[in-house]
Ligand binder design. Structure first.
Ligand code: AMP
Length: 410
């Protein structure tokens, strides 16, 4: 018997969840679903990958499925605000799967695609609207949407909104919402600005914190490859000679860099595409879909474009460039080792990266082993500062070593 049955969810929702193959609620679902069905506000400190989409959307679908109303034109009963187009369409896809058969009216809106179909859908009145901030503000300004009928507001990935410079837009949108509503705020981290916002918009919230980061680290076999910058493409091609690296996600710093890597891979007959904000939405979606369907072996992405993308069975994540923000290291390697599977993450490091690497190691509380048995290995002269060990948790106390690696000298 599915433990989802323990929640008072509509039978059709339980069926849809079983069809998706979920047997047990994840910890965030366990904590959130009953509170949200009851109408509580919620502060969820959790990142994508924890099952948070179902945690917030199942109660909304359930409550609206039980209590159907005639929705007024140009209004929506719920708003889910999320930072990127990819996240928005992923959330919409999940909601449409979970709510199938209930006759709820749903729509996703984001920029970069025509707005008329969005305007037409909202004109009929919606149960659930998933939106990114820019296009939503545009629709508000033109009077194509109002929030008179709003019952539930979900702010997803609040810290990413801040990182991407959307915070004012978010505040502007919140100022247009009715005060009397249920509010849910999700954020992977709690910088001061989000803390203040949470105090401002949540009333007596249930607080749920999921330490997904330590879980991720535990399941990912991480390593560093030290090399000269000019050897990055040769090393990449060398690594991809291994056929067991079937689905590979590469992170790099710039859009330009991503396109260069794709060209080098294609020249070596490796199927690849890039995912970044310089591409049209249609091209981005096609690339992502082809990668999901395994028509492409490699996807090369920048941090912003890839934040939160949900692709199953990624075998290897390569940090072609190290992320500047150590938190992004965890987000990146968390793309592999999902749903309890193990995964692999390889980081390329040039001599100038030593400090950045040490910051990352300090942030995860582990030394990442260096692979020396590789054709382009380079010894670095700068000695790294010792890693400040974090107090080991139950999940991250595994050592991350293999035979061909060593952890001391860099
Ligand atoms: P999310 O954090 O919402 O992006 O979810 C991450 C992934 O976990 C998605 O692929 C979901 O389909 C999947 N998922 C969500 N809830 C469950 C569950 N209870 N059991 C198994 N997989 C789940």
């Amino acid at each position: 018997m599915s433990e989802f049955k323990a929640f008072s969810l509509l039978a059709s929702i339980i069926d849809r969840v079983s069809l998706k193959g979920y047997t047990q609620p994840t910890p965030i679902q366990q904590a959130c679903i009953p509170a949200l069905i009851n109408g509580n506000d919620l502060l969820g400190i959790a990142q994508t990958g924890t099952g948070k989409t179902a945690a917030f959307s199942l109660p909304i679908i359930n409550n609206f499925g039980r209590n159907k109303i005639d929705i007024k034109a140009k209004s929506t009963r719920s708003l889910i605000l999320t930072p990127t187009r990819e996240l928005a369409s992923q959330i919409m896809q999940n909601i449409d799967d979970y709510s199938d058969g209930l006759g709820l009216k749903t729509k996703v809106v984001y920029g970069g695609v025509g707005r008329q179909a969005q305007v037409d859908a909202i004109a009929l009145g919606l149960d659930i609207l998933v939106a990114t901030p820019g296009r939503l503000l545009d629709l508000i300004e033109t009077g194509d949407i109002n929030f008179k009928a709003l019952e539930v507001f979900v702010l997803d990935e609040a810290d990413t909104m801040l990182d991407m410079g959307f915070f004012r837009d978010v505040q502007n949108i919140i100022s247009k919402l009715p005060k009397n509503r249920q509010t849910l705020l999700f954020s992977a981290t709690m910088p001061a600005e989000i803390e203040i916002l949470a105090q401002d918009i949540l009333t007596d919230p249930k607080k749920v914190e999921i330490a997904a980061e330590t879980v991720t680290i535990d399941l990912v076999n991480q390593s560093v490859y030290q090399l000269e910058k000019s050897n990055k493409v040769p090393l990449l091609l060398n690594l991809l000679l291994q056929p067991n690296f079937e689905k590979v996600l590469i992170f790099c710093k710039t859009k330009y860099g991503a396109d260069i890597i794709v060209k080098a891979l294609e020249a070596a007959s490796i199927t690849a595409a890039s995912l970044h904000s310089g591409k049209t939405q249609a091209v981005r979606e096609e690339a992502l879909q082809n990668f999901k369907d395994a028509n492409l072996r490699v996807l090369v992405a920048t941090d912003v474009a890839a934040r939160g993308i949900d692709v199953d069975n990624i075998t290897l994540v390569i940090n072609y460039n190290l992320p500047e923000d150590p938190r992004n290291y965890i987000h990146r390697i968390g793309r592999t080792a999902r749903a309890g599977k193990s995964g692999m993450a390889i980081s390329f490091a040039v001599e100038n990266d030593v400090r950045q690497l040490t910051n990352i190691e300090n942030s995860i509380g582990q030394t990442i082993p260096v692979v020396i048995e590789q054709p382009f290995h380079k010894e670095f002269s700068k000695a790294p500062k010792p890693v400040q060990k974090k107090k080991p948790t139950k999940k991250n106390n595994r050592t991350n070593k293999s035979k061909k690696t060593r952890t001391k000298k860099r």
